[in-house]
Design a protein around this ligand. Structure first.
Ligand code: NAP
Length: 265
């Protein structure tokens, strides 16, 4: 019966894949949505759709035409636009939205020693002041600011897929930059070798949270490398938020028991 309750999972994250998997195991038949930004994404189990919806209005129409009864927004903490659109579309279509926001690293034992900044422009300027051989672990977007501040530096930039920066940051990598294509999880020893091998003297990171990419933070402390940490964008107001997959599943089960959320196909 739960398979009659249409659930949309906004993914592109490990949590999104886990939510889809747990929903399937619980008897739902969720649809996972990916942005289509990566050429070879890790795919969740179950039904999948790929590509943008066309803004909040497009998503509102999509929710209605697909009889969606609830949305789990399990996108990355820095996918702020998608989360805003999900909140607005859920409200417009009368569909409850849950935000799954994995805890960040604010409780990390070294968090007080990091340089917390808002936005890429400040992160780029701060990293240029703190070092001359930065390691950028911020993904492929937002790179324009680093290009402005660090184009002449031997920057090491780690991205999940090959290719040049995309979207607003489109263009070639600056000649002195070295691009490392790698996907986590990363362990402490390999992160230590990476910092030492590149003579890295400042690490730039998002407050992504989770364990898969946390080893770089310990490696930085052990190597005495300062960390520039981008604060998270705010989550949309009025959207209930849970920290993990188990809580998201409980919420979906609770919504699924609500007769208003059920509809026969
Ligand atoms: P974003 O800036 O918040 O979103 C930009 C646009 O991409 C959205 O307005 C939407 O287009 C589309 N979009 C984003 N996520 C989508 C999804 N799950 N399904 C369908 N369309 C989606 O997002 P982003 O930061 O570029 O992230 C894109 C995807 O990569 C997300 O799924 C996110 O979970 C994943 N990701 C992001 C990061 C990061 O650091 N930002 C890291 C790891 C994974 P329309 O307006 O046309 O609907």
């Amino acid at each position: 019966m739960l398979a009659d309750v249409e659930v949309l999972v906004l993914g592109g994250t490990r949590e999104g894949r886990l939510v889809a998997q747990r929903l399937l195991a619980a008897g739902f038949d969720p649809i996972s949505s990916l942005a289509g930004a990566t050429a070879a994404p890790r795919l969740p189990a179950g039904r999948i759709r790929i590509g943008g919806f066309g803004g909040a209005d497009g998503l509102t129409r999509w929710l209605r035409s697909n009889n969606i009864r609830m949305v789990v927004d399990a996108t990355h903490p820095y996918a702020a636009q998608m989360s805003e659109h999900a909140a607005a579309a859920g409200q417009a279509a009368g569909v409850p939205v849950l935000r799954l926001d994995r805890p960040g690293w604010t409780d990390h034992p070294d968090a007080a020693t990091w340089h917390w900044v808002d936005g890429h422009e400040v992160a780029a300027a701060t990293s240029a002041r703190r070092g001359s051989r930065p390691f950028l672990t911020i993904g492929r977007t937002g790179l324009a600011a680093y290009r402005r501040h660090l184009a002449a530096h031997p920057v090491l930039v780690r991205v999940a897929e090959p290719g040049v920066p995309a979207g607003d940051d489109a263009g070639e990598w600056p000649a002195p930059w070295r691009v490392l294509v790698a996907r986590g999880p990363f362990d402490l020893e390999s992160e230590r070798r990476l910092l030492a091998g590149g003579a890295i003297d400042v690490l730039v990171s998002k407050d992504a949270g989770g364990r898969a990419t946390a080893a770089k933070l310990d490696a930085a402390r052990l190597a005495g490398v300062p960390v520039v940490m981008l604060r998270r964008p705010p989550t949309p107001a009025g959207v209930p938020t849970v920290p993990g997959v188990a809580e998201a599943l409980s919420w979906c089960l609770g919504q699924g028991r609500d007769p208003r959320r059920r509809r026969s196909r």
